[in-house]
Design a protein around this ligand. Sequence first.
Ligand SMILES: Nc1ncnc2c1ncn2[C@@H]1O[C@H](COP(=O)(O)OP(=O)(O)OP(=O)(O)O)[C@@H](O)[C@H]1O
Length: 258
Amino acid sequence: MAEQAVLTQPAIQVENLDLFYGEKQALYGVSMDVQENTVTALIGPSGCGKSTYLRTLNRMNELIPGVGIQGSIRLYGQDIYDKNIDVEMLRKQVGMVFQAPNPFPKSIYDNIAYGPRIHGIKNKKTLDEIVEKSLRQAALWDEVKDRLKDRATGLSGGQQQRLCIARALAVEPEIVLMDEPTSALDPISTAKIEELLQELKGRYTIVIVTHNMQQAARVSDKTAFFLNGELIEYDDTESLFSNPGNKKTEDYITGRFG
Ligand SMILES: Nc1ncnc2c1ncn2[C@@H]1O[C@H](COP(=O)(O)OP(=O)(O)OP(=O)(O)O)[C@@H](O)[C@H]1O
């Protein structure tokens, strides 16, 4: 008997997504499936809609007045724009790391324990374990284990960004969205975060916006090229960079525009 292919449900399924800021349309009919435990890079020139698209995946755009959305976004089969969705729980399931490291003005420990505490974890030993595990996953534990009570704002920029990644991981998300997470960092810190992405991808589904095409090529399994709010091409990273299927992609990755 022929062996049957195992079909797994994508972690993210986006169909025909349009997004409007008031009258202005920013995304046009975007459709994209993302498989679990992969890294997907979103590339494209400034203003093409990468961050807008990323923010639709945990409904962050809703915080902006006048935003309208059409189409469907399913995470593990569940429509996240369904009226019964608990947005707090959605944002626990879909964590986010921003461009500039933004630790809270609290201790390193309290930054990590913040999310778990909000979700009802009070036990000191459990919190200690979560803090250690999250910092280890973000490759920061060895650097900070002796100063957990120090203020997080005293860490270097690269350490602060790894702290923000640890903070996102502390609530056990399934999907982690990263919006240009290394653009404010030096090359060594950038390399550390890129290494970290490789380690995290076995456990999390990661979608990362990057302006740096070498970075996209280094860290991602799939790459999506956006232009003027449209998804122009979406393919295995290696194919997209070595043999782009669309002339516009080719022009962009060869530096002819953008
Ligand atoms: N809050 C907002 N209100 C109105 N228009 C917005 C808002 N945020 C983004 N836009 C517009 O939507 C379009 C897409 O912006 P977006 O920030 O998603 O692009 P981007 O590809 O992430 O750009 P960059 O790489 O410069 O961050 C742009 O024309 C931008 O001006």
